[in-house]
Design a protein around this ligand. Structure first.
Ligand SMILES: Nc1ncnc2c1ncn2[C@@H]1O[C@H](COP(=O)(O)OP(=O)(O)O)[C@@H](O)[C@H]1O
Ligand SMILES: [Mg+2]
Length: 297
């Protein structure tokens, strides 16, 4: 019997990375399909806790965990987390592991971990205290206010006036959202996206934002260019960041600040269409190989 792997995500139909994983997994002789996390239930009865799909045990050898959902209620988040934990604890190989993915989903936690491991990050405040946030926005001068979870650049704002920052931050609190405030790092209109898989650099691209724009997300109009003349230090920072968060793979966003490199974030389920176009190599292939190595071990 070939090994079975499932790609788990939030959307009813697989996105592009999920489809890539299915294709390469099937090419490699694995049974592969996509399942939205909302279809997997938890059942607790005399036989113990179990994950099921319509009362049929959900038992697979490997899972590529791509998303637990973004715009979801906290109770749905709890339900999905314990569902994934049960799957992981049943011995299924999970890439990325649940805890690693949760760390990257929370930008504040990522920043705290990276800093505590001595890696360079922007000065950051995570707070619900508006007066403190206001004081910090004043002292940092140019600030970035970002959603706490990855958002492809949507909703991140750069503000130079502490009172405008105040209005934005107070509105966030009104809607029960925390404040994630960072010092704005002066940088060229580009950053470096490094994809790390199994402790090695898989590929890299420079993301060039439209002139005058500070966000370098592809979703915000940035274009990927080949990584030429990139310092070895950048690659080392990327590998160390992914390792610090206990991830099997990750896409690391690194900026070239005046005082050195800074890590903006680590993506635990990055998109890779642009990287594939720029490098000519699809990470899905390497991820399937990584899965197969783990299934054999
Ligand atoms: N503190 C900052 N200073 C300067 N640029 C930033 C800062 N934070 C984010 N950026 C820019 O915005 C982009 C998006 O921010 P990021 O933290 O990666 O969030 P996401 O990609 O999840 O929206 C980064 O790639 C970077 O170009
Ligand atoms: Mg990013």
């Amino acid at each position: 019997m070939p090994n079975s792997v499932v790609i788990i995500g939030d959307s009813p139909i697989p996105d592009r990375p999920s489809r890539d994983l299915i294709i390469y997994a099937r090419d490699s002789g694995l049974n592969a399909m996509y399942v939205p996390i909302s279809r997997i239930s938890v059942k607790v009865d005399k036989d113990g806790p179990l994950t099921v799909i319509r009362d049929r045990p959900f038992k697979v050898d490997g899972v590529f965990l791509r998303s637990l959902g973004v715009l979801i209620d906290v109770e749905t988040f709890f339900r999905r987390t314990i569902t994934m934990r049960l799957i992981e604890e049943s011995g299924t190989v999970v890439i990325n592991p649940l805890d690693g993915l949760l760390r990257t989903r929370n930008k504040l936690e990522t920043t705290v971990i990276l800093k505590s491991k001595g890696l360079p990050v922007p000065d950051t405040i995570g707070t619900e205290d508006i007066l403190y946030a206001y004081e910090m926005a004043k002292s940092m001068k140019d600030v970035v206010i970002k959603p706490l979870q990855g958002s492809r650049g949507y909703g991140a704002v750069k503000v130079s006036d502490a009172d405008i920052a105040f209005q934005i931050m107070r509105t966030l609190l009104t809607f029960k959202k925390p404040i994630y405030l960072q010092k704005y790092i002066e940088k060229p209109n580009r950053d470096i996206r490094v994809m790390v898989i199994d402790g090695e650099v898989f590929g890299c691209m420079i993301r060039v934002a439209p002139l005058g724009q500070w966000k370098t997300n592809v979703a915000q109009g940035a274009v990927g260019k080949p990584c030429t003349n990139i310092d070895k230090t950048v690659m080392e920072l990327a590998v160390k960041s992914v390792e610090a968060l206990d991830l099997i793979y990750g896409g690391v966003d690194i900026g070239e600040g005046k005082d050195g490199y800074v890590i903006f974030e680590v993506n635990g389920s990055p998109d890779w269409a642009e990287l594939t176009a720029v490098t000519g190599r699809n990470p899905a292939k390497a991820l399937v190989l990584s899965m197969m190595r783990r299934l054999k071990a």
